[in-house]
Design a protein around this ligand. Structure first.
Ligand code: SAH
Length: 250
């Protein structure tokens, strides 16, 4: 059996109980060493074989999984955050399916959730935005038609941009060209939930300068939108004039 496990954003306490248990039971662990905090592997069995996938190709990863699974071993494939976001997991799942190897996915706390926690903000504020767009800029992976920053910015929703802090100037420019005002609040969270976590706050007009001054070039998320500001409406959920299934209006 192969388990794809979300390791969480960095803080070793932010893995799920299930993920931690499966790492503790695994005979073989393959982890994405470029981003996964090695401390999440501290509960591994001393005799477990541990591979860092940063230096491996897809066929090499699959070979390790296949050999382990055929020998009846438990294989933990550990990805950063949640595997479903920029995890390159689908290609691994497809190969395992072709090989007839069972697998299961254990979700994790994505870095975009740890980043909201770091800045102590709620992405979905009444009267501000009820939509979160998770995206990235084009890098070596091209963006599909219709998903450019310019187009997405037109929605004025809350946006969280992965894998793009190295292009922060271009990003802030395109967000403005796409429709956000220059004074829209924006922030960068570097290594959310790690000890080295840093937060840079600004607006679309000045964020790039601040981020460059801070020397942040990777492992960071860019957050954009008025949810970072301080004006919003109160929720209906806790409004005394509204009833819902669990509470009558006063
Ligand atoms: N599956 C991961 C994302 C992998 S893509 C998740 O759910 O978080 C890698 C990108 O994620 C990085 O370039 C960075 O943009 C972001 N990232 C991952 N961990 C991060 C962290 N602790 N703090 C800020 N950004 C992080």
């Amino acid at each position: 059996m192969v388990y794809f496990i979300g390791a969480g954003p960095g803080d070793p306490e932010l893995i799920t109980v299930k993920g931690r248990r499966l790492i503790g039971e695994a005979d073989i662990i393959i982890y994405a060493g470029s981003l996964v905090n090695p401390r999440v592997l501290e509960g591994a069995k001393p005799e477990a074989s541990i591979y860092n996938s940063a230096s491996m190709t897809l066929p090499e990863v699959i070979e390790v999984m296949e050999k382990g699974a055929r020998e009846g071993k438990a294989v933990a494939r550990v990805h950063t955050g949640d595997p479903s976001l920029y995890g390159a997991v689908r290609e691994q799942m497809a190969k395992l399916e072709r090989l007839g190897i069972d697998y299961e996915v254990v979700p994790g706390v994505s870095s975009f959730l740890a980043a909201a926690a770091a800045v102590k903000r709620e992405y979905t504020l009444p009267g501000v935005s009820q939509t979160v767009i998770l995206t990235r800029m084009e890098g070596r992976t091209p963006m599909p038609e219709g998903e450019g920053i310019l187009e997405l910015a037109g929605h004025q929703a809350t946006m969280v941009i992965f894998l793009s802090v190295d292009q922060i100037e271009k990003l802030c420019r395109q967000l403005q060209e796409g429709g956000y005002d220059a004074d829209t609040p924006a922030a960068v969270v570097y290594k959310a939930s790690w000890e080295e976590e840093r937060i840079v706050r600004g607006t679309l007009a000045d964020l790039a300068i601040k981020v460059n001054a801070a020397g942040i070039r990777k492992t960071a998320l860019v957050m954009v939108g008025r949810f970072l500001g301080d004006s919003f409406e109160l929720s209906r959920l806790y409004d005394e004039n509204f009833s819902h299934g669990y509470r009558k209006a006063k």
